[in-house]
Design a protein around this ligand. Sequence first.
Ligand code: UDP
Ligand code: MG
Length: 318
Amino acid sequence: MNLSIVIPLLNEQDSLQELHQRIAKVLKNDYTYEIIFIDDGSTDNSWDIIKVLQSNFPEVKGIKFRKNYGKSQALNAAFAMAQGDVVITMDADLQDFPEEIPSLYKGIAEEGMDLISGWKQKRQDPVFTKNIPSKLFNAVARKTSGLELHDFNCGLKAYKKDVVKSLQLRSDMHRYIPVLAKNAGFVNIKEQKVQHTARKHGVSKFGSSRFVNGFLDLITLWFVGKFGHRPMHFFGAAGTLMFIFGFLMVFWIGASKLYMLYKEVPTILVANNPWFYLAMLCMIFGMQLFLAGFIGELVVRSNREASTFEVQETLGFE
Ligand code: UDP
Ligand code: MG
């Protein structure tokens, strides 16, 4: 199979039919393809519409979550099932253009790219709540990842099959897929300008929590990318430094106390010396950081599960 189109959706009943029509028109007879709709816990008629589409068009497949697990888990579910040599993700809200698919496909299948990320150069979203914050995010993501992309979180992306099979999206990490791909060793990544239009039906599914979550995920990503497989190198180093600092301070306090006693100079109690408490704090805290490193190493070894979704039903898979 040439192509898997992956479409995560939450309450997008008014867009699905038109979206399917446009995709089918673009792909016509030129490709062997599947369209995988992932219903991420919709409470409207989205799943019924997907069922109707599936019964009329065998290339349509559906995955239904029992509740809303988020876009990242929806992508995880579809990536696990996708059979196409090239996988293209797009949003269900008609903001992305199916007409971009052929050129994205070509970039992967013929030019040998691992990942092509869409770049909504003329983004049609609210300026203050989305466009400006997103510019900031992209700048930080560029700095921390070293990937020169303008639009990390574009829903429209194309992948070589290997890439999606190796990606594991935790939390809301769909925002930083190019970084994950790069961390996994897929270096042929580029961006391609794509068209974008305002939402026709329904409302955006990400509220203002997107900023807090997006920022925290970015920190996690930086940390995991750097120390995810070797937490001891971070916690161990920080812990050892603190412990040594505390230990030297205690040593100094103890030694000077003994010296004073030896010289029979009157002196204050060690416990009345404020530095003593700072030294204790450093030693205890340093030890804890060190232990956190050990626990981190154990966790890395024992816990390889990423997906937390549960599929309720599937349609159209052999
Ligand atoms: N979506 C999803 N699960 C969620 C939130 C969103 O599957 O928990 C889908 C949504 O239906 C759409 C895509 O992810 O197809 C992008 O969401 P949205 O258009 O709301 O994001 P925005 O364009 O506002 O960034
Ligand atoms: Mg949208």
